[in-house]
Design a protein around this ligand. Sequence first.
Ligand SMILES: O=C(O)C(=O)C[C@]1(C(=O)O)C=C[C@@H](O)C=C1
Length: 296
Amino acid sequence: MPRIAYFGPQGTFTEQAALRFGSELVPVDTIQLAIASVRKGETEFACVPIENSVEGAVPATLDALVRDEPVVAVAETVLDVRFSVLVRPGTTEIKTIASHPHALAQVREWIADSLPGVTSIATSSTAAAAAAVERGEFDAAVTAPVAVHHYKLDEYATDVLDVADARTRFLLLRRPGSLPEPTGADRTSVVVTTPNRVGVLSELLTELALRGINLTGLESRPTKGKLGEYRFYIDVEGHIAEPRIGDALAALHRHSREIRFLGSFPKADHEPVEARNDEFAAAATWVDAVRKGERG
Ligand SMILES: O=C(O)C(=O)C[C@]1(C(=O)O)C=C[C@@H](O)C=C1
């Protein structure tokens, strides 16, 4: 059974996501360590959060994906997110509440209404907050519902969420190797660093639009070099094996100072992607024939 390092400790949302991909799970304390474990070959896979419907992209994941040796996504999954608030048995007063910053941001209004005046404290993950509450460091933790089974804590509140239907998307990463087969319902992800000149981002997006490619995500992160220099994370519908996607990525390569492929993999929603692959194949056949002098 291949092993999957995941953003832990036990009881995180990421553990729930990783369980959908396999059962040999290795908890590590940070997103960086999960991805490093794949880079070093300690585990074949890593499972990390990438995007939340309320709070947006997970910066720690975006940054770790461009550092060091390449890793690629081979699968994704989406979890419904709702939180529990856990306390030590017998707790009567809550002065501090801890969790992952993304989790705190998703229950900010609930905290203001239900626990006015408490101090919110950021921890490395939701489960790390539960562990800290168990040790007596804080009074309450905002966690995944399953965390109550891993820590000696009681439920103070369940189904806590400011925005209904919150969802988080997770990636399964591995070292570059053979790609997942195209399914007709795929996503492709790349990160590019562009030269700093007028119109470059619009040129990138035009390359996609011209080929009828649907953009599903666009994020920017600083390169951490010069102030004002950014990397763009681009998610599109389609698989690099499809001519129009391969063509578009080649065009992005021409416009970029650096480009890193982050994977082509089946979308979690399995919604078929409207593609114009027949037109692209017919066009390529025609060019081929013209080159051979067989067609005019
Ligand atoms: O701390 C966890 O439990 C995580 O898996 C991380 C994470 C996130 O990064 O967004 C995952 C889902 C929730 O939105 C809150 C936290």
